[in-house]
Structures are given as C-alpha cells and as structure tokens.
Design a protein around this ligand. Structure first.
Ligand code: R5P
Length: 288
C-alpha cells in the first residue's frame, strides 16, 4: 500500500484526503499554475516514480480546463509511475453518446480515446443512456456506484416513497427502494430542449400513505427535470426531498428548486451548498 499515492487537484482535497486516509496511502496535491495567456502549468508535488498513482478529479465547474489539466497530469504520471488510475467524481460529455446530427462530435467516444492514457478510469455514477455499460465505448473505464451512499441517507427519512423523475432513473429508485424495503414509482418525461422538459405521466401507485416523496436522479443541471416533477407532485401535499448524485446547478437551479419549498441534497462529487452525502466510502471500497 505504501507504494500508492492519491493525488488531487485543489478542489478535490477534502474527498481525496478522506479516501487516502481510509486506504492508508499517501496523499499529495498537484501544483497548478495559470500562465498569463491562460495555459495551465502543472507538476506533481511529491515523488511518483515507480509508484501507483491514483488521480482524483471532478470535472465541474470549468469542464474544458479540467479536461486539459487532467490529461496533462495523466500523461506526466504515465512517464514516471508504475500504474496510473483516474477516479472521476463527475465525468463530463457522456450525454453526447451518438451523432444526433450529421458531422456532430460524438463527445463521449472522443473522451474515451483521450483518456486512454490512464491504465484505469473509475467514474462515479456515469450518465449512461444508449450504452448500458461504460466499457462498451470506454474500454479502460468502470463505474463506481453511489446508490449505497444515497440509500444510507434516505434511510434516515421517515416513511419515504421513492420517485424516479424519468425512465432512466428507475434503476436508482428501484435500488434504493429495494435496499430500504419501501415503495417506488417512476414518471415519464419528454425533453423539449436543453432547458425544458415536460412530465408526461402520472404516478402508478395508489393509496399513498407514505410521509414524504424522495425524488432521485443522477444529476441536476438546469433543474428543469426536478422542477417539473416537484410541480406535478405538489398536489399530494407531502414533504419532498430532491436528491441527485451530481449537483451542477447551472443558471440558479438550486435557488429555483428551494423556492418550491423542497429539501435539496446531493453527494459531494461536485462541491456545492447542499453536497451533504459523502462518497469517500464508496470510492475507497472500490479502490482497496
Ligand atoms: C437526463 O436524462 C438526466 O438523467 C437528468 O434528468 C438531466 O440531465 C437533468 O438535467 P436538468 O436538470 O437540466 O433537467
């Protein structure tokens, strides 16, 4: 184990230190400098020669800068280290997984090619849509599941009914409900544009005597999905919790959700005001 070192960029120090402590391995930080023309200059802060390097990054905010910086770190580590692993708390560009229009970049596949320099890539709850498994297009990548971390949090809430806001989210709603022995239901949504969705179904379950609705999705970006669902569920007059793995909260999404009177909670894959669910156990479990 002493031959391993967990290296983070400054934004990921908190989670990184926790994971390193749990694994009983060294912790170190990348030294990153922004040059006057906007380029990034970086170096490893500790000896990595012959070691097994685990690099921890979360690619939000400043997605494109972080891609370049993580690649600079990956290629550098590859020159020195015995093995280089990337743990991505949040990994971007996965929604563009096919050519929707002619001559359009299939970003998910391009990212997979770029990150081929890593011996192994772990991605916390990747957004998979048309692909069922990451390694169908990203051969060196595997998923880290965060559903246990979410289940642990939901277990503290009294008599919850788990709701998936769309068909994709059924996998997480079903898992959490099964682990906790409670009921779940999923809705259907239609995407009308990058910022607009419409809930196009009603709850299947009848006789709802649960005390609260716990709505679970993989990510909250503009909040459009969650806002629609919360508005639809309002008529049931239950306490509502909105939970996601990744809280991007673009365009004041968090404020908009809070205005609707719901509790919003995410994991700390992206640090924000409501990132209360810690994922370091889930990561350490996979790495050990
Ligand atoms: C989409 O399929 C995802 O699972 C999320 O529902 C979606 O990305 C959330 O985005 P927004 O917050 O902008 O509705």
């Amino acid at each position: 184990m002493n031959n391993q070192v967990l290296v983070t960029f400054s934004g990921q120090k908190e989670v990184g230190k926790k994971v390193a402590r749990k694994l009983k391995i060294d912790f170190s930080e990348i030294k990153l400098e922004r040059l006057p023309d906007g380029e990034s200059r970086l170096r490893f802060g500790k000896e990595i020669e012959g070691k097994e390097v685990v690099l921890l990054q979360s690619f939000y905010p400043d997605i494109n800068d972080k891609i370049v910086e993580t690649l600079l770190a990956g290629y550098t580590a590859d020159r020195y280290a015995r093995k280089v692993t990337l743990v991505a708390l949040y990994f971007p560009y996965l929604r563009e997984d096919k050519e929707f229009e002619k001559h359009e970049a299939v970003s998910a596949k391009i990212m997979a090619d770029l990150f081929d320099v890593f011996d192994k890539v772990y991605i916390c709850e990747p957004h998979l849509h048309r692909f069922k498994k990451l390694n169908e297009f990203f051969p060196n990548a595997s998923k880290i599941s965060l559903t246990d971390a979410i289940s642990k949090f939901v277990s503290k809430l009294s008599k919850p009914l788990i709701i998936g806001p769309d068909e994709e989210s059924e996998q997480w709603a079903e898992y959490v409900a099964r682990v906790l022995g409670v009921r779940y239901d999923t809705l259907k949504k239609k995407r009308l544009g990058p910022r607009k969705v419409k809930t196009i179904s009603t709850l299947n379950l009848k006789d709802i005597d649960e005390k609260s609705f716990v709505i679970i999705d993989d990510m909250i970006s503009t909040g459009g999905t969650m806002i629609e669902v919360v508005k639809y569920l309002k008529k049931f007059k239950k306490k509502m919790y909105v939970i996601a793995f990744h809280g991007l909260f673009v365009e004041k999404a968090l404020e908009k959700l809070k205005k609707l009177g719901v509790d919003v909670i995410t994991t700390n894959t992206i640090k924000n005001k409501v990132s209360k669910i810690d994922v370091s156990d889930s990561i350490a479990e996979v790495l050990k």
